[in-house]
Design a protein around this ligand. Structure first.
Ligand SMILES: NC(=O)c1ccc[n+]([C@@H]2O[C@H](COP(=O)([O-])OP(=O)(O)OC[C@H]3O[C@@H](n4cnc5c(N)ncnc54)[C@H](O)[C@@H]3O)[C@@H](O)[C@H]2O)c1
Length: 383
């Protein structure tokens, strides 16, 4: 059998999501190396020295053959001028730098116009959704005109626990009545200054809890955006206030982010689903050390499902069904949802017949983006 053709790819952004960090599971390049069938021809980042350091590390590593001939570029236009065979791009840049028509930030359109399939990291933008919708239309149209796919990095949609939850609720045949999502992040080692500044990141719901806003929609269906209500505990620099955090990284404190732009310590909201059910989300920035705690509880008439820690290898799913007080407990050892989402994307890039493998399209991700904005507006002064 003939080997599948090698696909030329590029990375846009030489940061942690594309190339990994010290403690987190994300790192698209190592999944692509494991998958094979690729040739990395460009790493694009205005911080060219940083990108070059990454490239040199790759050239010295065990997958160096996949990076032979790869060059670092400071901008997309130059990279595309020198490489006319790029088939896929992995966009991992801070949200303020993509997802809008403003100069240089139309990253998706620049690449799609070159006929390049896109894997775009969440959040898809940082501008208000009313403005973003026009950009979504342009991206969708250009992708269709160029026959390209756009996949957004909501990796939990590929997690077997999530697939199982959806199947279980469908099989049970009763509507979801209530859902309670919790996302507890650690503040002490979150050293990305842009992340803490809502003007740059959108805030922790848009930037981070977006993964769970997406699962809320994926599992529970659409939310009545007007029904979203909630509160937050704003950050405070005053040690006697509830919103004072004792363990913020020094680099963040030194950045002097205006207090009203700082990520809130806690956000809690409630809403009604279009199907009549209700949901809540709690996001906190209160844990110390490095491990997140996340989970979702779901109830139908006679069915209770509890998902715990989908980020971690020790993720568990508990299901209690009508007719028994016993809970079944499932675990998912060895699951790598980042690998699953990237494999699905690369299969779609290689064959149009596989477009259906993409579980998070750009238009769909725009709806998650709208929900995250509705929560931000309902819980903060940041409108
Ligand atoms: N799905 C996930 O689990 C997950 C995990 C981590 C990060 N992310 C997302 O990925 C995105 C990037 O995060 P990160 O942690 O890699 O950030 P990072 O700060 O580590 O890296 C971002 C890089 O993008 C570069 N950049 C900025 N503008 C650019 C442009 N116009 N063209 C090319 N490069 C540009 C920066 O110089 C920087 O090197 C964020 O939106 C984040 O939310 C998703």
């Amino acid at each position: 059998m003939a080997a599948a053709p090698t696909v030329d790819i590029c990375f846009v952004g030489s940061g942690v999501v594309n190339f990994g960090g010290t403690e987190n599971p994300w790192n698209h390049s190592i999944r692509l190396e494991k998958l094979g069938g690729i040739r990395v021809v460009a790493i694009i980042d205005p911080l060219t020295d940083k990108a070059d350091e990454i490239l040199q590390e790759k050239l010295a590593g065990s997958s160096s053959h996949l990076y032979k001939g790869c060059k670092v570029y400071g901008d997309i236009a130059t990279a595309l001028k020198e490489n006319n065979n790029i088939k896929a791009a992995f966009i991992g840049v801070p949200p303020i730098h993509h997802g809008s028509f403003s100069e240089g930030n139309d990253v998706e359109l620049q690449l799609l116009n070159g006929g390049i399939n896109l894997f775009v990291e969440k959040p898809v933008s940082v501008i208000p959704p009313e403005q973003f919708n026009e950009y979504v239309s342009a991206v969708t149209k250009t992708a269709a005109d160029k026959d390209c796919v756009v996949s957004v990095g909501y990796m939990f949609r590929y997690h077997p626990a999530i697939i199982r939850i959806k199947e279980e609720i469908k099989k049970y045949g009763r509507p979801l009545v209530a859902l309670n999502a919790r996302y507890s992040c650690t503040c002490s080692n979150l050293k990305k200054v842009f992340w803490w500044n809502a003007a740059l990141s959108g805030g922790p719901i848009i930037e981070q809890a977006t993964h769970f806003c997406d699962l809320v929609r994926y599992i529970g269906g659409e939310v009545e955006l007007d029904s979203v209500k909630g509160y937050n505990v704003p950050f405070s620099a005053n040690p006697t206030d509830t919103g004072f955090l004792t363990s913020i990284p020094k680099v963040v404190l030194d950045a002097d982010i205006p207090e009203d732009k700082m990520a809130p310590c806690a956000t809690q909201c409630v809403w009604r689903f279009k199907n009549g059910g209700i949901g809540t989300l709690t996001h906190t920035l209160l844990l110390h050390d490095h491990q997140y705690e996340t989970g979702i509880d779901m109830w139908c008439d006679g069915l209770y499902i509890s998902l715990l820690n989908p980020y971690l290898p020790q993720c568990t799913l508990k299901i209690r069904k009508s007719g028994s007080i016993e809970e079944s407990v499932e675990t998912f050892p060895g699951v790598d949802t980042y690998f699953e989402e990237i494999s699905a994307f690369m299969r779609a890039v290689s064959s149009k017949s596989e477009y259906g493998l993409i579980r998070s399209t750009y238009e769909d991700a725009a709806k998650t983006y709208e929900l995250s904005w509705a929560i931000r507006r309902a819980t903060t002064q940041q409108k």
